[in-house]
Design a protein around this ligand. Structure first.
Ligand code: PGA
Length: 248
């Protein structure tokens, strides 16, 4: 079922106000009708989960990445099952920073989606084109390749699939996609998902979402929520984005 979702991707950062305070503030002012998730760096997952429990915050503990494998000689990797054991409920797969900086291709992303779903967790599958791809009118082709190759490699997924459309040129640049542009890409992705039997998938937009542009983006019915990096590192800004989503 499509629902409003707001997920914080802290990347390799933690909020200045500290995790317990961040979570208490979110618990005190959680936006109505919006599902919330926070993806901290691995070593802070337990602290986050404990803070969520203490504050009774309506927040899902999310991870930024996981291995394609279940266990074994994979130095530096973390299995989805291990993340589940410390309270993680959803995991990102295919964030553009993983694709670009760590060489993850569409097949690897699909194998991660499978590992996440096989563990009973929800994959948050990220797709999006580079500036060069957009400017040469290849956005639809790139999205089609990313979705089809990854979902083919993943096989049938039994848990809830969530997709994030994150144009690479909008991530961390202060240059968000216009609401119309994002809605167009979401429609393309929705069509691709429907062809593969995935109806009613929540599709989030990500890329320089801030309290200033969240209302205009939220006004697009195609946009079910946001995956937020920079602006998720301050509870006030994260909550303001949630409010914009709640109000639409
Ligand atoms: P940003 O990052 O909000 O800082 O642009 C979004 C993301 O990478 O998920």
């Amino acid at each position: 079922m499509r629902k409003k979702l707001l997920v914080a991707n802290w990347k390799m950062n933690i909020p200045k106000e500290g995790i317990p305070v961040f979570v208490e503030r979110v618990a005190a002012s959680a936006p109505a009708g919006v599902g919330l998730g926070i993806a901290p760096p691995f070593p802070f997952i337990e602290q986050l989960r404990a803070a969520i429990d203490r504050a009774k915050a309506p927040v899902v503990t999310t991870a930024q990445n996981c291995s394609t494998e279940r266990s074994g000689a994979f130095t530096g990797e973390v299995a989805a099952e291990m993340l589940a054991a410390v309270g993680v409920k959803s995991i990102l797969a295919g964030h553009s920073e993983r694709r670009k900086l760590y060489g993850e291709d569409d097949t690897t992303v699909g194998r991660k989606i499978k590992a996440i779903a096989d563990t009973g967790l929800s994959p948050l599958f990220c797709v999006g084109e580079t500036l060069d791809e957009r400017e040469s009118n290849r956005t639809a082709d790139v999205l089609a390749r990313q979705v089809s190759v990854a979902l083919e490699a993943a096989g049938k997924i039994a848990t809830e699939l969530v997709v994030a459309y994150e144009p690479v040129w909008a991530i961390g640049t202060g240059r968000n996609a216009s609401p119309e542009m994002a809605a167009g890409a979401h429609r393309t992705i929705r069509g691709l998902l429907a062809e593969r039997g995935y109806g009613d998938v929540s599709i989030l937009y990500g890329g320089s979402v801030t309290p200033d542009n969240a209302a205009a983006l939220s006004a697009e019915a195609e946009i079910d929520g946001f995956l937020v990096g920079g602006a998720s590192l301050e509870s006030v800004r994260f909550l303001a984005i949630g409010e914009a989503l709640a109000r639409r």
